[in-house]
Design a protein around this ligand. Sequence first.
Ligand code: GLU
Length: 317
Amino acid sequence: MTGRFAPSPSGDLHVGNLRTALAAWLSARAAGERFLVRMDDLDPSVSVDRHGQRQLDDLAAVGVDWDGTIVRQRDRFTRYREVIDELTAAGLTYPCFCSRREIRDAVRAPHDASPDGAYPGTCRDLSDAEIARRSETRPPALRLRTDGASRAVDDEVAGTFVGTADDFVIRRNDGVPAYNLAVVLDDWDQGVTQVVRGDDLLSSTPRHLLLQELLDAPTPRYAHVPLVLGPGGDRLSKRDGAVTLADLAERDVTPPAVRHALLRSLGIPTATGDVEAAIDGWRAARRDPGRHPLTTVTLDELEREWSPSPDAQGRAR
Ligand code: GLU
């Protein structure tokens, strides 16, 4: 049994990312599972070396540890490309020349139940001649032909979620394999049996289920954890102020105080840094999810927990 956390090394982790990481880690450790950290560094514009190490340091600072070496997506392009070629040879892909804007502005059929941003199928039936002509001016992305199939995700937090897998991109038009393909192959190849991640990815999970079926890969268990919300009620972002461990350190909020606040937001009463106590607290909270549901938490609520009043600091240590 194996769990994992897979950050994108595009900057420092914020407390929302750290909370999800703690949930994934607790979930694996409470079940006696292995826990892996993987770098989702597909995007060539991000500097893994600079951000990746800081992310690992911050995970360790809030008490997340992991087994084995860190796998990086950037080292796995050969594997992704092999599978892209297999799917293409099986007639399951097509090139797509649409820009983001064209997709956004496309008219959708009246009873189309696909999620916002889903691909409307514009390039699904282009002729070979048309593909050749368009390729002269713009390199195509490659999409999976799903015919709008829908799949039900049996999610440990969200319950049953039914969504469509639109014809999603598996290779971007700059040639880089896409996240929705890579994540399925990574989890499969690493023997991941439990995926705990932010619930912003729940609506993409039907795509992952469909791809697992096509590739004959096992489906892990899924638990999508509600996010930390910023002051405006949207998901937390770096714009919301002091949200990384480095920002908070400047305000004398220590990593143990952040850990404490995050654990409490996950329904764990522990006030100490003790690993076993945190794992026991998680087990107890998950046994009684009616009393300790995993819900969103606001930055304000976290701030109240870690605010450096003498009393709060005393409890955090
Ligand atoms: N890299 C993704 C993120 O940082 C998470 C991917 C996943 O957990 O599947 O949002």
